[in-house]
Design a protein around this ligand. Structure first.
Ligand code: F6P
Length: 569
């Protein structure tokens, strides 16, 4: 570990007077209903809102008074948040357990910006890679880059997992309406062999390009899938296009490119390092799709729109870096998350995008937030003194409404929720099968009426008196009571553009960071995933039946025995 000037490894926010003040304050708020909170503070709906870039963020429907917000802000001083933000942007090694800078914000710095870290001109290197990516993406999109038999590329398959998959998958889905539809982009991640099988089943090897994305280039899933894909390609080119085995091997250079920080292993895998797009150890996997890891996305949406997305990220970075904490949206939302996790005992947080394009956004956020803040040890190695990392989950509205919203509305758990919606749809509604419902209501209006209704229903509910007044039988009334007092944030933007997507992602990156700082943990390592990986490697030879399971626990031995029997070994 390399301590830095801003290393807050001594003293814990949880022992600070600011934390104690919140504890003392809690009883006055805990028993207040949001109905009352709004009655006492009638302008909060318009006043407890902030702009961050193109996002309008309404945080009025939270179980806080203005006093609570002031007390929560005191946590920022107690935790040294200002110093930690500055340290991150300056490239200090705040990822202390891996002795690394944390500089995903540098990936979106404009070309004219200056940042030198550890003797490296970071901005120049970032833009050198972006330019190479842009050149390559342009050639693939125009058909100038061809497969080995001279045919233009029709399908791009990204092979990666975790941060080398979830970001590109999510963003590709989110920005589908900006993509070159003639290119079929697919994503393979799971080592379950059906993933490669299904994703390549109807593809033509002559027109398929694989991008092997792996920061370390050691990840078992990705390398295994890349080998399967290479065999699919060479076999396919030999059988369908009549290439000799040697020609098919040579053809790999035209059909495989790599994204990695590990040039040596890329070369050893057999990918021409001239076709490798690099990034740096200061980019965490879950913070990487705005680096070369986004190559598949750039091919889909083009260099200019990728640049717009980066500008969106940067706008949110600047908001986070420079806006006073009273109006700083990532800070406010991070503090509110801490409020619910540590003072109300909330264990989960729902993310509910009212956009089908954001289908994979909750899954993307799961890695971002849970791999970052799923920690129980502070920076100094001592145990945390409060709960950390809540569970993020969600589905696009209105699908979620017909599935799990019941529990959020009437269940016993307090689940803060983020509603994300857009004023305009991404395509003319007349394109979509008429675009109007009977009665002439615009379908997007109908969709968004749910966005507005749900957060209001959660906050204000419906009382027994109101329900009884509708003539509901007395014995049914309690079942219909909507308790309300369930908090949410409403995030709204004009339209889902590449820039707005960048802003949204950066918003959640910084919220995650704020929470990590308040908790005093390192949000940038992920040691917890290593043991399972090592054990899977140890167990793999036992599944052939040749190596004994001796030394394994009784449950594992029994399960493996059943598996071996089932496979006839
Ligand atoms: O196992 C977790 C993890 O290390 C993630 O943090 C990372 O995004 C993923 O694996 C993939 O790693 P790589 O890009 O090195 O293949």
């Amino acid at each position: 570990m390399s301590p830095t000037a801003s290393d807050p490894s001594t003293g814990s926010t949880q022992q600070s007077p600011a934390w104690q003040a919140l504890r003392d304050h809690l009883p006055t708020v805990e028993n207040l209903h949001l109905r009352q909170i709004f009655a006492d503070d009638p302008d909060r709906g318009s006043e407890l809102a902030a702009h961050a870039g193109d996002l309008y963020v309404d945080y009025s429907k939270h179980r806080v008074t203005r006093e609570t917000l002031g007390l929560l802000r005191d946590l920022t001083a107690a935790s040294g948040l200002r110093e930690r933000i500055d340290a991150m942007f300056a490239g200090e090694h705040i990822n202390s357990t891996e002795d690394r800078a944390v500089l995903h914000t540098a990936l979106r710095l404009p070309r004219h910006a200056e940042l030198t870290v550890d003797g490296q001109d970071v901005v120049a290197e970032v833009h050198e890679v972006l330019d190479r990516m842009g050149e390559f993406a342009g050639r693939v999109r125009s058909g100038e880059w061809t497969g080995a038999t001279g045919k233009p590329i029709a399908a791009v398959v990204n092979i990666g997992i975790g941060g080398s998959d979830l970001g590109p998958v999510m963003a590709h889905e989110a920005l589908k309406s900006y993509a070159q539809r003639s290119l079929d982009c697919r994503f393979v991640s799971n080592i379950d062999p059906t993933d490669v099988y299904e994703k390549t089943l109807d593809l033509d090897p002559e027109t398929t390009l694989f991008i092997v994305a792996s920061k370390t280039f050691t990840t078992l899933e990705t390398l295994t899938n890349a080998r399967l894909a290479r065999t699919w390609l060479t076999d396919g080119l030999a059988s369908a296009a009549g290439l000799t085995a040697e020609q098919a091997q040579d053809a790999v250079a035209q059909h495989f490119v790599a994204v990695s920080t590990n040039e040596k292993l890329v070369g050893e895998f057999g990918i021409d390092t001239a076709n490798m797009y690099g990034f740096w150890d200061w980019v965490g996997g879950r913070y990487s799709f705005d680096s070369a890891v986004g190559l598949s996305l750039m091919i889909a949406i083009g260099q200019d729109q990728f640049a717009e997305m980066l500008a969106g990220f940067h706008a949110m970075d600047e908001h986070f870096r420079t806006t006073p904490f009273e109006q700083n949206v990532p800070v406010l939302l991070g503090l509110l998350n801490v409020w619910y996790v540590d003072f109300f005992g909330s264990q989960t947080h729902a993310v509910l995008p009212y956009s089908q394009y954001l289908l994979r956004f909750p899954a993307y956020l799961q890695q971002l937030t849970m791999e970052s803040n799923g920690k129980s040890v502070r920076l100094d190695g001592t145990a945390v003194q409060c709960d950390t990392g809540e569970i993020f989950w969600g589905e696009p509205g209105t699908n979620g409404q017909h599935a799990f919203y019941q529990l959020i509305h009437q269940g016993t758990r307090l689940i803060p929720a983020d509603f994300i919606g857009f004023v305009e749809p991404n395509h003319a509604l007349s394109d979509a099968d008429g675009g109007q419902v009977a009665g002439g209501t615009d379908v997007h209006d109908l969709f968004m009426s749910n966005y507005f209704a749900q957060s209001a229903a959660l906050a204000f509910g419906k009382t027994a008196e109101e329900i009884a007044a509708e003539g509901v039988a007395a014995d049914v009334v309690p079942h219909k009571v909507m308790p309300g007092n369930r908090p949410s944030t409403s995030i709204m933007a004009q339209r889902l553009t590449p820039s707005v997507l960048g802003q949204l992602v950066a918003l959640y990156e910084h919220i995650t960071f704020v929470q990590g700082v308040i908790w005093g943990i390192n949000s940038f390592d992920q040691w917890g995933v290593e043991l399972g990986k090592a054990m899977a490697k140890e167990l793999a030879p036992m599944l052939t039946g040749e190596q004994s399971t001796q030394g394994q626990d009784d449950s594992t031995v029994t399960l493996v025995r059943r598996y071996l029997q089932g496979r006839g070994r």
